[in-house]
Write a protein that binds this ligand. Structure first.
Ligand code: ATP
Ligand code: MG
Length: 572
Protein backbone atom coordinates (compact mmCIF):
# COMPACT_ATOMS: atom_id res chain seq x y z
CA UNK A 1 0.00 0.00 0.00
CA UNK A 2 1.22 3.48 -0.89
CA UNK A 3 0.44 5.53 2.18
CA UNK A 4 -0.14 8.62 0.01
CA UNK A 5 -3.28 6.83 -1.15
CA UNK A 6 -4.35 5.26 2.14
CA UNK A 7 -6.05 8.08 4.01
CA UNK A 8 -3.97 7.78 7.17
CA UNK A 9 -5.33 10.25 9.66
CA UNK A 10 -3.27 10.32 12.85
CA UNK A 11 -3.58 12.86 15.62
CA UNK A 12 -1.45 14.07 18.51
CA UNK A 13 -4.47 14.82 20.62
CA UNK A 14 -5.95 12.35 23.05
CA UNK A 15 -9.73 12.63 23.29
CA UNK A 16 -10.81 13.50 26.84
CA UNK A 17 -13.14 10.49 27.19
CA UNK A 18 -10.36 8.01 26.34
CA UNK A 19 -9.26 6.65 29.72
CA UNK A 20 -7.17 3.63 28.78
CA UNK A 21 -4.22 3.19 26.44
CA UNK A 22 -6.00 1.15 23.78
CA UNK A 23 -8.82 3.65 23.42
CA UNK A 24 -6.37 6.56 23.24
CA UNK A 25 -4.13 4.82 20.71
CA UNK A 26 -6.98 3.61 18.52
CA UNK A 27 -8.27 7.18 18.32
CA UNK A 28 -4.85 8.78 17.83
CA UNK A 29 -3.73 6.29 15.18
CA UNK A 30 -7.00 6.87 13.35
CA UNK A 31 -8.20 3.25 13.52
CA UNK A 32 -11.67 4.18 14.73
CA UNK A 33 -13.93 7.22 14.73
CA UNK A 34 -16.69 7.78 17.27
CA UNK A 35 -20.15 8.33 15.85
CA UNK A 36 -22.15 8.16 19.10
CA UNK A 37 -21.65 6.70 22.58
CA UNK A 38 -20.31 3.16 22.11
CA UNK A 39 -20.72 3.31 18.30
CA UNK A 40 -17.66 3.53 16.06
CA UNK A 41 -16.59 3.61 12.42
CA UNK A 42 -13.62 1.40 11.56
CA UNK A 43 -11.40 3.33 9.16
CA UNK A 44 -9.45 1.54 6.38
CA UNK A 45 -6.49 1.22 8.79
CA UNK A 46 -8.60 -0.14 11.65
CA UNK A 47 -10.53 -2.47 9.39
CA UNK A 48 -7.32 -4.14 8.14
CA UNK A 49 -6.58 -5.15 11.75
CA UNK A 50 -10.13 -6.20 12.52
CA UNK A 51 -10.12 -8.40 9.41
CA UNK A 52 -6.87 -10.07 10.51
CA UNK A 53 -8.52 -11.15 13.74
CA UNK A 54 -11.64 -12.23 11.89
CA UNK A 55 -9.58 -14.37 9.49
CA UNK A 56 -7.80 -16.26 12.26
CA UNK A 57 -11.09 -16.84 14.09
CA UNK A 58 -12.82 -18.03 10.90
CA UNK A 59 -9.98 -20.43 10.03
CA UNK A 60 -9.93 -21.97 13.49
CA UNK A 61 -13.72 -22.34 13.54
CA UNK A 62 -13.59 -24.11 10.20
CA UNK A 63 -10.73 -26.32 11.41
CA UNK A 64 -12.89 -27.21 14.41
CA UNK A 65 -15.65 -28.37 12.06
CA UNK A 66 -18.04 -25.44 12.52
CA UNK A 67 -20.12 -24.24 9.54
CA UNK A 68 -20.42 -20.55 8.77
CA UNK A 69 -23.83 -18.99 8.31
CA UNK A 70 -25.19 -15.47 8.70
CA UNK A 71 -28.31 -14.77 10.71
CA UNK A 72 -30.30 -11.53 10.62
CA UNK A 73 -29.28 -8.74 12.98
CA UNK A 74 -32.94 -7.78 13.42
CA UNK A 75 -35.01 -10.38 15.26
CA UNK A 76 -38.78 -10.64 15.92
CA UNK A 77 -39.98 -10.18 19.51
CA UNK A 78 -42.03 -13.39 19.44
CA UNK A 79 -38.90 -15.58 19.53
CA UNK A 80 -37.59 -13.74 22.58
CA UNK A 81 -40.98 -14.03 24.26
CA UNK A 82 -40.84 -17.81 23.88
CA UNK A 83 -37.71 -17.96 26.04
CA UNK A 84 -38.93 -15.12 28.27
CA UNK A 85 -35.82 -13.13 27.47
CA UNK A 86 -37.82 -10.27 25.91
CA UNK A 87 -38.28 -9.05 29.51
CA UNK A 88 -35.38 -10.80 31.25
CA UNK A 89 -32.61 -9.44 29.05
CA UNK A 90 -33.34 -6.00 30.48
CA UNK A 91 -32.16 -2.62 29.28
CA UNK A 92 -29.36 -4.01 27.10
CA UNK A 93 -31.91 -5.18 24.54
CA UNK A 94 -32.49 -2.54 21.87
CA UNK A 95 -36.15 -2.85 20.93
CA UNK A 96 -37.82 -1.30 17.87
CA UNK A 97 -41.02 -1.40 15.83
CA UNK A 98 -41.62 -1.69 12.11
CA UNK A 99 -44.23 0.36 10.20
CA UNK A 100 -46.89 -2.21 11.12
CA UNK A 101 -46.04 -1.67 14.80
CA UNK A 102 -44.61 -5.18 15.07
CA UNK A 103 -41.88 -5.46 17.69
CA UNK A 104 -38.29 -6.42 16.94
CA UNK A 105 -34.90 -6.18 18.60
CA UNK A 106 -31.41 -5.69 17.26
CA UNK A 107 -29.72 -8.97 18.18
CA UNK A 108 -27.41 -8.87 21.21
CA UNK A 109 -26.89 -12.65 20.76
CA UNK A 110 -28.57 -15.35 18.65
CA UNK A 111 -29.67 -18.35 20.74
CA UNK A 112 -33.34 -17.80 19.85
CA UNK A 113 -32.79 -17.45 16.10
CA UNK A 114 -30.53 -20.49 15.83
CA UNK A 115 -32.80 -22.65 18.03
CA UNK A 116 -35.72 -21.67 15.81
CA UNK A 117 -33.76 -22.88 12.80
CA UNK A 118 -32.82 -26.08 14.62
CA UNK A 119 -36.40 -26.95 15.56
CA UNK A 120 -37.55 -26.38 12.00
CA UNK A 121 -34.78 -28.32 10.27
CA UNK A 122 -33.52 -31.03 12.59
CA UNK A 123 -35.49 -34.25 12.70
CA UNK A 124 -33.14 -37.12 13.50
CA UNK A 125 -30.17 -37.81 15.77
CA UNK A 126 -28.37 -38.79 12.56
CA UNK A 127 -28.11 -35.11 11.62
CA UNK A 128 -26.20 -34.35 14.83
CA UNK A 129 -23.81 -33.13 16.03
CA UNK A 130 -23.85 -29.79 14.21
CA UNK A 131 -21.99 -26.60 14.97
CA UNK A 132 -22.84 -23.30 13.25
CA UNK A 133 -20.98 -20.02 13.55
CA UNK A 134 -21.32 -16.49 12.26
CA UNK A 135 -19.28 -13.30 12.43
CA UNK A 136 -21.68 -10.47 12.86
CA UNK A 137 -22.51 -7.09 14.35
CA UNK A 138 -24.25 -7.22 17.72
CA UNK A 139 -25.94 -4.44 19.62
CA UNK A 140 -26.14 -4.25 23.41
CA UNK A 141 -27.34 -1.05 24.98
CA UNK A 142 -24.63 -1.12 27.68
CA UNK A 143 -25.35 1.16 30.67
CA UNK A 144 -21.81 2.48 30.57
CA UNK A 145 -20.23 2.09 27.17
CA UNK A 146 -16.56 2.91 27.68
CA UNK A 147 -12.99 2.18 26.71
CA UNK A 148 -13.83 2.59 23.02
CA UNK A 149 -14.54 -0.70 21.26
CA UNK A 150 -13.70 -2.62 24.44
CA UNK A 151 -17.17 -2.08 25.88
CA UNK A 152 -19.09 -0.72 22.95
CA UNK A 153 -22.79 -0.82 22.18
CA UNK A 154 -22.32 -1.96 18.59
CA UNK A 155 -19.54 -4.54 18.22
CA UNK A 156 -18.39 -7.49 16.13
CA UNK A 157 -18.75 -10.96 17.60
CA UNK A 158 -18.11 -14.47 16.42
CA UNK A 159 -20.85 -16.60 17.89
CA UNK A 160 -21.20 -20.34 17.46
CA UNK A 161 -23.93 -22.73 18.56
CA UNK A 162 -23.65 -26.50 18.67
CA UNK A 163 -26.43 -29.13 18.76
CA UNK A 164 -26.22 -32.61 20.27
CA UNK A 165 -28.38 -35.56 21.08
CA UNK A 166 -26.82 -35.96 24.53
CA UNK A 167 -24.59 -34.39 27.12
CA UNK A 168 -21.56 -36.57 26.27
CA UNK A 169 -21.51 -35.35 22.71
CA UNK A 170 -21.89 -31.74 23.89
CA UNK A 171 -18.94 -32.29 26.24
CA UNK A 172 -16.76 -33.46 23.34
CA UNK A 173 -17.58 -30.48 21.10
CA UNK A 174 -17.08 -28.16 24.07
CA UNK A 175 -13.53 -29.48 24.39
CA UNK A 176 -12.93 -29.06 20.63
CA UNK A 177 -14.08 -25.43 20.86
CA UNK A 178 -12.05 -24.82 23.99
CA UNK A 179 -8.95 -26.04 22.15
CA UNK A 180 -9.82 -23.94 19.07
CA UNK A 181 -10.08 -20.85 21.28
CA UNK A 182 -6.67 -21.56 22.80
CA UNK A 183 -5.25 -21.79 19.26
CA UNK A 184 -6.90 -18.51 18.19
CA UNK A 185 -5.35 -16.49 21.01
CA UNK A 186 -2.00 -18.24 20.67
CA UNK A 187 -1.92 -17.54 16.92
CA UNK A 188 -2.78 -13.89 17.52
CA UNK A 189 0.26 -13.63 19.78
CA UNK A 190 -1.66 -12.75 22.96
CA UNK A 191 -0.94 -13.66 26.58
CA UNK A 192 -4.16 -15.21 27.84
CA UNK A 193 -5.66 -17.60 30.34
CA UNK A 194 -8.74 -19.81 30.12
CA UNK A 195 -10.60 -19.41 33.38
CA UNK A 196 -13.33 -21.37 35.05
CA UNK A 197 -16.43 -19.16 35.10
CA UNK A 198 -19.69 -19.02 37.00
CA UNK A 199 -22.58 -20.41 34.95
CA UNK A 200 -24.84 -17.84 36.64
CA UNK A 201 -28.50 -17.50 35.82
CA UNK A 202 -28.43 -19.88 32.82
CA UNK A 203 -27.21 -22.80 34.90
CA UNK A 204 -25.59 -25.24 32.50
CA UNK A 205 -22.76 -27.64 33.14
CA UNK A 206 -19.55 -25.88 32.31
CA UNK A 207 -18.31 -22.50 31.28
CA UNK A 208 -14.91 -21.03 30.63
CA UNK A 209 -13.94 -17.49 29.80
CA UNK A 210 -10.80 -16.64 27.87
CA UNK A 211 -9.08 -13.57 29.23
CA UNK A 212 -6.30 -11.49 27.74
CA UNK A 213 -4.13 -10.53 30.71
CA UNK A 214 -3.79 -6.77 31.19
CA UNK A 215 -3.73 -4.48 34.23
CA UNK A 216 -6.57 -2.41 32.82
CA UNK A 217 -8.86 -5.48 32.60
CA UNK A 218 -12.30 -5.20 34.17
CA UNK A 219 -12.25 -8.76 35.57
CA UNK A 220 -10.25 -10.11 38.49
CA UNK A 221 -8.84 -13.60 37.95
CA UNK A 222 -7.21 -15.97 40.41
CA UNK A 223 -4.34 -17.98 38.88
CA UNK A 224 -2.05 -20.56 40.44
CA UNK A 225 1.66 -19.76 40.41
CA UNK A 226 2.46 -23.43 39.86
CA UNK A 227 -0.31 -24.97 37.76
CA UNK A 228 -2.81 -24.21 35.01
CA UNK A 229 -5.53 -23.48 37.56
CA UNK A 230 -7.31 -20.21 36.78
CA UNK A 231 -10.79 -19.04 37.75
CA UNK A 232 -12.77 -15.87 37.75
CA UNK A 233 -12.57 -14.48 41.29
CA UNK A 234 -16.36 -14.81 41.44
CA UNK A 235 -15.92 -18.55 41.11
CA UNK A 236 -12.46 -19.37 42.56
CA UNK A 237 -12.73 -21.79 45.44
CA UNK A 238 -11.37 -20.59 48.79
CA UNK A 239 -9.90 -23.33 50.96
CA UNK A 240 -9.63 -23.10 54.75
CA UNK A 241 -6.48 -21.27 55.72
CA UNK A 242 -4.85 -21.18 59.16
CA UNK A 243 -4.38 -23.96 61.64
CA UNK A 244 -7.15 -25.34 63.80
CA UNK A 245 -6.08 -24.60 67.36
CA UNK A 246 -7.49 -25.92 70.62
CA UNK A 247 -9.67 -23.48 72.51
CA UNK A 248 -7.69 -22.00 75.34
CA UNK A 249 -9.17 -18.75 76.48
CA UNK A 250 -12.28 -18.02 78.49
CA UNK A 251 -15.10 -16.22 76.78
CA UNK A 252 -15.31 -12.68 78.10
CA UNK A 253 -17.33 -9.66 77.13
CA UNK A 254 -15.57 -6.33 76.92
CA UNK A 255 -16.72 -2.77 76.35
CA UNK A 256 -16.10 -1.43 72.87
CA UNK A 257 -18.27 1.69 73.06
CA UNK A 258 -17.64 3.08 69.61
CA UNK A 259 -15.70 0.34 67.81
CA UNK A 260 -17.95 -1.12 65.15
CA UNK A 261 -15.78 -2.00 62.20
CA UNK A 262 -13.15 -4.75 62.12
CA UNK A 263 -10.42 -2.11 61.63
CA UNK A 264 -11.55 -0.21 64.73
CA UNK A 265 -11.85 -3.36 66.85
CA UNK A 266 -8.55 -4.80 65.75
CA UNK A 267 -6.80 -1.48 66.46
CA UNK A 268 -8.54 -1.05 69.85
CA UNK A 269 -7.87 -4.60 71.11
CA UNK A 270 -4.51 -4.99 69.35
CA UNK A 271 -5.75 -8.24 67.78
CA UNK A 272 -5.10 -8.96 64.09
CA UNK A 273 -8.18 -8.77 61.84
CA UNK A 274 -7.43 -12.40 60.92
CA UNK A 275 -8.40 -13.34 64.49
CA UNK A 276 -11.79 -11.61 64.39
CA UNK A 277 -15.05 -12.91 62.97
CA UNK A 278 -17.19 -10.58 60.88
CA UNK A 279 -20.93 -11.31 60.77
CA UNK A 280 -23.42 -10.06 58.23
CA UNK A 281 -27.18 -10.52 58.48
CA UNK A 282 -29.01 -11.03 55.19
CA UNK A 283 -32.58 -11.66 54.23
CA UNK A 284 -33.94 -15.05 53.13
CA UNK A 285 -37.45 -16.28 52.36
CA UNK A 286 -37.72 -17.69 55.89
CA UNK A 287 -36.27 -14.76 57.84
CA UNK A 288 -32.72 -13.66 58.55
CA UNK A 289 -29.53 -15.63 57.94
CA UNK A 290 -26.10 -14.85 59.47
CA UNK A 291 -22.99 -15.11 57.30
CA UNK A 292 -19.58 -15.23 59.02
CA UNK A 293 -16.13 -14.71 57.51
CA UNK A 294 -12.75 -13.95 59.02
CA UNK A 295 -12.19 -10.25 59.74
CA UNK A 296 -9.58 -9.87 57.00
CA UNK A 297 -11.72 -11.68 54.40
CA UNK A 298 -14.62 -10.47 52.26
CA UNK A 299 -17.86 -12.26 51.50
CA UNK A 300 -18.03 -13.41 47.87
CA UNK A 301 -21.48 -12.26 46.83
CA UNK A 302 -21.75 -14.72 43.93
CA UNK A 303 -21.01 -17.67 46.23
CA UNK A 304 -23.40 -16.33 48.87
CA UNK A 305 -26.15 -15.82 46.29
CA UNK A 306 -25.72 -19.45 45.18
CA UNK A 307 -26.40 -20.74 48.76
CA UNK A 308 -29.59 -22.74 48.90
CA UNK A 309 -30.75 -20.82 52.00
CA UNK A 310 -30.68 -17.50 50.09
CA UNK A 311 -33.02 -16.24 47.38
CA UNK A 312 -30.41 -15.93 44.60
CA UNK A 313 -29.25 -12.48 45.67
CA UNK A 314 -27.78 -10.80 48.71
CA UNK A 315 -30.07 -8.37 50.47
CA UNK A 316 -28.65 -6.93 53.69
CA UNK A 317 -31.04 -6.93 56.64
CA UNK A 318 -32.24 -3.42 57.50
CA UNK A 319 -31.79 -1.93 60.98
CA UNK A 320 -35.56 -2.37 61.44
CA UNK A 321 -35.36 -6.10 60.60
CA UNK A 322 -32.40 -6.49 62.97
CA UNK A 323 -34.39 -4.73 65.70
CA UNK A 324 -37.40 -7.04 65.17
CA UNK A 325 -35.26 -10.19 65.15
CA UNK A 326 -34.79 -10.17 68.91
CA UNK A 327 -31.00 -9.88 68.74
CA UNK A 328 -31.09 -6.62 70.63
CA UNK A 329 -28.27 -4.62 69.05
CA UNK A 330 -27.40 -2.64 65.95
CA UNK A 331 -25.49 -3.95 62.90
CA UNK A 332 -21.95 -3.17 64.10
CA UNK A 333 -22.11 -5.48 67.14
CA UNK A 334 -23.59 -8.67 65.71
CA UNK A 335 -21.70 -11.92 66.24
CA UNK A 336 -22.24 -15.68 66.21
CA UNK A 337 -22.32 -16.18 70.01
CA UNK A 338 -25.85 -16.19 71.44
CA UNK A 339 -27.75 -15.50 68.21
CA UNK A 340 -31.42 -16.58 68.34
CA UNK A 341 -31.83 -20.23 67.23
CA UNK A 342 -34.14 -19.11 64.44
CA UNK A 343 -31.19 -17.53 62.59
CA UNK A 344 -29.08 -20.06 60.64
CA UNK A 345 -25.32 -19.46 61.07
CA UNK A 346 -23.39 -20.03 57.86
CA UNK A 347 -19.65 -19.90 58.44
CA UNK A 348 -16.83 -19.69 55.94
CA UNK A 349 -14.24 -22.49 56.05
CA UNK A 350 -11.44 -20.21 57.21
CA UNK A 351 -13.54 -18.55 59.92
CA UNK A 352 -14.61 -22.00 61.10
CA UNK A 353 -11.04 -23.02 61.98
CA UNK A 354 -10.39 -20.00 64.23
CA UNK A 355 -9.98 -20.39 67.97
CA UNK A 356 -10.05 -17.72 70.69
CA UNK A 357 -11.50 -15.18 68.30
CA UNK A 358 -13.04 -11.75 68.69
CA UNK A 359 -16.63 -11.13 67.57
CA UNK A 360 -19.60 -8.86 68.19
CA UNK A 361 -21.45 -9.66 71.45
CA UNK A 362 -24.96 -8.97 70.12
CA UNK A 363 -25.30 -6.07 72.50
CA UNK A 364 -24.54 -2.47 71.65
CA UNK A 365 -21.05 -1.30 72.61
CA UNK A 366 -19.68 -4.78 73.39
CA UNK A 367 -17.55 -7.54 71.82
CA UNK A 368 -16.50 -10.97 72.96
CA UNK A 369 -12.88 -12.05 73.15
CA UNK A 370 -11.78 -15.67 73.54
CA UNK A 371 -14.78 -17.01 71.61
CA UNK A 372 -14.67 -20.58 70.30
CA UNK A 373 -16.82 -22.64 67.97
CA UNK A 374 -18.80 -25.55 69.44
CA UNK A 375 -18.40 -24.31 73.02
CA UNK A 376 -19.79 -20.81 72.36
CA UNK A 377 -21.45 -20.96 68.94
CA UNK A 378 -22.40 -23.79 66.61
CA UNK A 379 -22.33 -23.31 62.84
CA UNK A 380 -25.39 -24.50 60.92
CA UNK A 381 -23.20 -24.93 57.84
CA UNK A 382 -19.52 -24.53 57.04
CA UNK A 383 -19.15 -23.50 53.40
CA UNK A 384 -16.92 -21.67 50.94
CA UNK A 385 -18.25 -18.16 51.34
CA UNK A 386 -15.35 -15.76 50.87
CA UNK A 387 -13.38 -14.11 48.09
CA UNK A 388 -9.97 -15.64 47.53
CA UNK A 389 -7.00 -13.41 48.30
CA UNK A 390 -3.45 -13.44 46.95
CA UNK A 391 -1.41 -16.12 48.71
CA UNK A 392 -4.35 -18.49 49.29
CA UNK A 393 -3.59 -22.13 48.45
CA UNK A 394 -4.62 -23.05 44.90
CA UNK A 395 -7.74 -25.28 45.06
CA UNK A 396 -6.02 -27.92 42.91
CA UNK A 397 -3.42 -28.35 45.63
CA UNK A 398 -0.61 -26.94 43.49
CA UNK A 399 0.96 -23.64 44.47
CA UNK A 400 -0.56 -20.40 45.64
CA UNK A 401 -3.09 -18.09 44.04
CA UNK A 402 -2.14 -14.79 42.51
CA UNK A 403 -4.73 -12.21 41.53
CA UNK A 404 -4.36 -10.75 38.06
CA UNK A 405 -6.60 -8.67 35.84
CA UNK A 406 -8.07 -9.80 32.56
CA UNK A 407 -10.16 -8.70 29.60
CA UNK A 408 -12.81 -11.26 28.61
CA UNK A 409 -12.33 -11.93 24.91
CA UNK A 410 -14.06 -15.27 24.59
CA UNK A 411 -16.60 -17.42 26.35
CA UNK A 412 -17.52 -21.10 25.90
CA UNK A 413 -20.67 -22.32 27.59
CA UNK A 414 -22.57 -25.60 27.86
CA UNK A 415 -26.13 -24.33 27.69
CA UNK A 416 -27.65 -27.77 28.11
CA UNK A 417 -31.34 -27.86 27.24
CA UNK A 418 -32.44 -24.40 28.35
CA UNK A 419 -33.26 -22.99 24.90
CA UNK A 420 -34.22 -26.24 23.26
CA UNK A 421 -36.72 -26.94 26.04
CA UNK A 422 -38.23 -23.46 25.97
CA UNK A 423 -38.61 -23.55 22.18
CA UNK A 424 -39.40 -27.22 21.68
CA UNK A 425 -36.34 -28.27 19.66
CA UNK A 426 -36.23 -32.06 19.56
CA UNK A 427 -34.89 -34.87 17.38
CA UNK A 428 -35.85 -38.51 17.19
CA UNK A 429 -33.30 -40.84 18.79
CA UNK A 430 -32.35 -44.27 17.40
CA UNK A 431 -35.46 -45.77 19.00
CA UNK A 432 -37.69 -43.18 17.34
CA UNK A 433 -38.30 -41.29 20.62
CA UNK A 434 -38.33 -37.47 20.65
CA UNK A 435 -35.40 -36.06 22.61
CA UNK A 436 -34.75 -32.45 23.56
CA UNK A 437 -31.53 -31.23 21.97
CA UNK A 438 -28.46 -30.30 24.06
CA UNK A 439 -26.72 -27.07 23.07
CA UNK A 440 -23.44 -25.26 23.55
CA UNK A 441 -22.63 -21.66 22.70
CA UNK A 442 -19.28 -20.07 22.04
CA UNK A 443 -18.54 -16.34 21.68
CA UNK A 444 -15.47 -14.35 20.68
CA UNK A 445 -15.39 -10.56 20.92
CA UNK A 446 -13.62 -9.84 17.62
CA UNK A 447 -13.57 -6.07 18.00
CA UNK A 448 -12.71 -6.30 21.71
CA UNK A 449 -9.66 -8.44 20.85
CA UNK A 450 -8.21 -5.55 18.84
CA UNK A 451 -8.37 -3.25 21.88
CA UNK A 452 -7.21 -5.99 24.27
CA UNK A 453 -4.15 -6.66 22.08
CA UNK A 454 -3.19 -2.99 22.31
CA UNK A 455 -3.55 -3.01 26.10
CA UNK A 456 -0.96 -5.78 26.13
CA UNK A 457 1.26 -4.42 23.38
CA UNK A 458 2.08 -0.72 23.49
CA UNK A 459 4.77 1.66 24.69
CA UNK A 460 5.14 5.42 25.09
CA UNK A 461 5.37 5.87 21.29
CA UNK A 462 2.31 3.87 20.33
CA UNK A 463 1.09 0.42 19.41
CA UNK A 464 3.44 -2.58 19.00
CA UNK A 465 1.29 -5.03 17.03
CA UNK A 466 1.95 -8.74 17.35
CA UNK A 467 2.87 -9.74 13.76
CA UNK A 468 -0.38 -11.60 12.99
CA UNK A 469 -2.51 -8.53 13.75
CA UNK A 470 -0.35 -5.82 12.20
CA UNK A 471 -2.00 -3.77 9.42
CA UNK A 472 1.27 -4.02 7.44
CA UNK A 473 4.29 -6.16 8.25
CA UNK A 474 6.86 -3.66 7.10
CA UNK A 475 7.03 0.00 6.17
CA UNK A 476 9.60 1.55 3.85
CA UNK A 477 10.44 5.14 4.75
CA UNK A 478 12.34 7.02 2.01
CA UNK A 479 14.27 10.17 2.93
CA UNK A 480 15.08 12.42 -0.04
CA UNK A 481 14.61 15.95 -1.31
CA UNK A 482 14.20 15.56 -5.05
CA UNK A 483 11.81 13.41 -7.04
CA UNK A 484 14.65 12.01 -9.18
CA UNK A 485 16.72 10.92 -6.17
CA UNK A 486 18.17 7.37 -6.39
CA UNK A 487 16.28 6.76 -3.13
CA UNK A 488 13.01 6.82 -5.06
CA UNK A 489 14.13 4.22 -7.58
CA UNK A 490 15.49 2.00 -4.81
CA UNK A 491 12.37 2.08 -2.60
CA UNK A 492 10.05 1.57 -5.59
CA UNK A 493 11.97 -1.51 -6.55
CA UNK A 494 12.11 -2.87 -2.96
CA UNK A 495 8.40 -2.17 -2.53
CA UNK A 496 7.51 -4.13 -5.68
CA UNK A 497 9.79 -7.02 -4.81
CA UNK A 498 8.37 -7.36 -1.31
CA UNK A 499 4.84 -7.21 -2.71
CA UNK A 500 5.60 -9.91 -5.23
CA UNK A 501 6.96 -12.10 -2.44
CA UNK A 502 3.66 -11.76 -0.59
CA UNK A 503 4.84 -9.41 2.18
CA UNK A 504 2.27 -6.86 3.35
CA UNK A 505 4.35 -3.76 2.82
CA UNK A 506 3.57 -0.06 3.14
CA UNK A 507 5.55 2.61 1.31
CA UNK A 508 5.44 5.92 3.12
CA UNK A 509 5.48 8.13 0.03
CA UNK A 510 3.60 10.97 1.70
CA UNK A 511 6.66 13.24 1.51
CA UNK A 512 6.75 14.00 5.23
CA UNK A 513 9.75 15.01 7.32
CA UNK A 514 11.53 11.95 8.78
CA UNK A 515 10.58 12.70 12.40
CA UNK A 516 6.88 13.03 11.57
CA UNK A 517 6.96 9.92 9.39
CA UNK A 518 8.68 7.80 12.07
CA UNK A 519 6.33 9.02 14.80
CA UNK A 520 3.31 8.03 12.69
CA UNK A 521 4.68 4.58 11.91
CA UNK A 522 5.53 3.98 15.59
CA UNK A 523 2.08 5.17 16.62
CA UNK A 524 0.29 2.77 14.27
CA UNK A 525 2.67 0.01 15.31
CA UNK A 526 4.13 -1.49 12.14
CA UNK A 527 6.50 -4.26 13.33
CA UNK A 528 9.39 -3.64 10.87
CA UNK A 529 10.77 -0.39 9.43
CA UNK A 530 13.26 0.18 6.64
CA UNK A 531 14.72 3.68 6.24
CA UNK A 532 16.45 4.57 2.97
CA UNK A 533 18.43 7.78 2.55
CA UNK A 534 20.91 9.00 -0.10
CA UNK A 535 23.74 8.71 2.39
CA UNK A 536 22.66 5.20 3.30
CA UNK A 537 22.63 4.14 -0.34
CA UNK A 538 26.08 5.64 -0.94
CA UNK A 539 27.60 3.81 2.04
CA UNK A 540 25.53 0.66 1.37
CA UNK A 541 23.90 0.89 4.79
CA UNK A 542 20.13 0.53 4.90
CA UNK A 543 18.58 1.20 8.30
CA UNK A 544 16.34 -1.46 9.76
CA UNK A 545 14.52 -1.30 13.06
CA UNK A 546 12.16 -3.66 14.79
CA UNK A 547 9.27 -1.76 16.41
CA UNK A 548 10.28 -2.54 19.99
CA UNK A 549 14.04 -2.08 19.49
CA UNK A 550 15.93 1.04 20.58
CA UNK A 551 18.67 0.85 17.96
CA UNK A 552 18.88 0.59 14.18
CA UNK A 553 20.58 -2.29 12.44
CA UNK A 554 22.54 -1.44 9.30
CA UNK A 555 22.08 -3.85 6.40
CA UNK A 556 23.83 -4.02 3.00
CA UNK A 557 21.41 -3.46 0.11
CA UNK A 558 21.99 -6.95 -1.22
CA UNK A 559 20.57 -8.51 1.95
CA UNK A 560 17.59 -6.26 2.59
CA UNK A 561 14.96 -8.24 0.71
CA UNK A 562 15.75 -11.63 2.22
CA UNK A 563 16.27 -10.31 5.73
CA UNK A 564 12.95 -8.45 5.73
CA UNK A 565 11.20 -11.58 4.53
CA UNK A 566 12.94 -13.68 7.19
CA UNK A 567 12.01 -11.22 9.96
CA UNK A 568 8.38 -10.89 8.92
CA UNK A 569 8.13 -14.67 8.85
CA UNK A 570 9.34 -14.84 12.45
CA UNK A 571 6.78 -12.36 13.74
CA UNK A 572 4.07 -12.80 11.14
P1 ATP B 1 -19.05 -8.84 29.56
O1 ATP B 1 -19.04 -9.66 30.85
O2 ATP B 1 -17.72 -8.25 29.23
O3 ATP B 1 -20.18 -7.86 29.51
P2 ATP B 1 -20.57 -10.88 28.35
O4 ATP B 1 -20.32 -11.98 29.32
O5 ATP B 1 -21.83 -10.14 28.42
O6 ATP B 1 -19.35 -9.85 28.40
P3 ATP B 1 -20.88 -12.72 26.14
O7 ATP B 1 -22.35 -12.67 26.10
O8 ATP B 1 -20.21 -13.92 26.69
O9 ATP B 1 -20.33 -11.40 26.88
O10 ATP B 1 -20.33 -12.35 24.68
C1 ATP B 1 -19.23 -13.00 24.06
C2 ATP B 1 -18.06 -12.06 23.88
O11 ATP B 1 -18.44 -10.84 23.25
C3 ATP B 1 -17.42 -11.63 25.19
O12 ATP B 1 -16.51 -12.59 25.65
C4 ATP B 1 -16.75 -10.33 24.79
O13 ATP B 1 -15.46 -10.59 24.26
C5 ATP B 1 -17.62 -9.77 23.70
N1 ATP B 1 -18.44 -8.65 24.20
C6 ATP B 1 -19.49 -8.71 25.02
N2 ATP B 1 -20.00 -7.50 25.26
C7 ATP B 1 -19.25 -6.61 24.55
C8 ATP B 1 -19.27 -5.20 24.37
N3 ATP B 1 -20.18 -4.44 24.96
N4 ATP B 1 -18.34 -4.62 23.56
C9 ATP B 1 -17.42 -5.39 22.95
N5 ATP B 1 -17.34 -6.73 23.07
C10 ATP B 1 -18.24 -7.35 23.86
MG1 MG C 1 -19.44 -13.76 29.26
Amino acid sequence: MRLSQFHLHTSKQTPSDAEIASHQLMMRSGMIRKLAAGIYTWTPLGLRILRKVETVVRQEMENAGALELLMPAVQPAELWQETERWEQFGGQLLKMRDRMQREFCFGPTHEEVITDMARNELRSYKQLPLNFFQIQTKFRDEIRPRFGVMRAREFLMKDAYSFHVDQDCLGRTYQVMYDAYARIFTRLGLRFRAVDADTGAIGGNASHEFHVLADSGEDAIAVSNQSEYAANVEKAEALAVGEARPAGAELSKIDTPSQRTIEQISEFLKVPAANCVKTMLVRSEKGLVALCVRGDHEINEVKAANLEQLPGEIILASEAEIAQSGIGCSAGFIGPVGLPDSIPLIVDRSAAVLADFVCGANSDGAHYVGANWQRDAVATDIVDLRKVVAGDPSPDGQGKLELVRGIEVGHVFQLGQKYAKAMGATVLDHQGKARTIHMGCYGVGISRIVAAAIEQNHDSKGICWPGPMAPFQVVICPIHKKADSPVVAYVESLYRQLQSRGVEVALDDRGLRPGVMFADMELIGIPHRIVVSERGLESDQIEYRERRADENELWPQSEVLERVIANTLITG
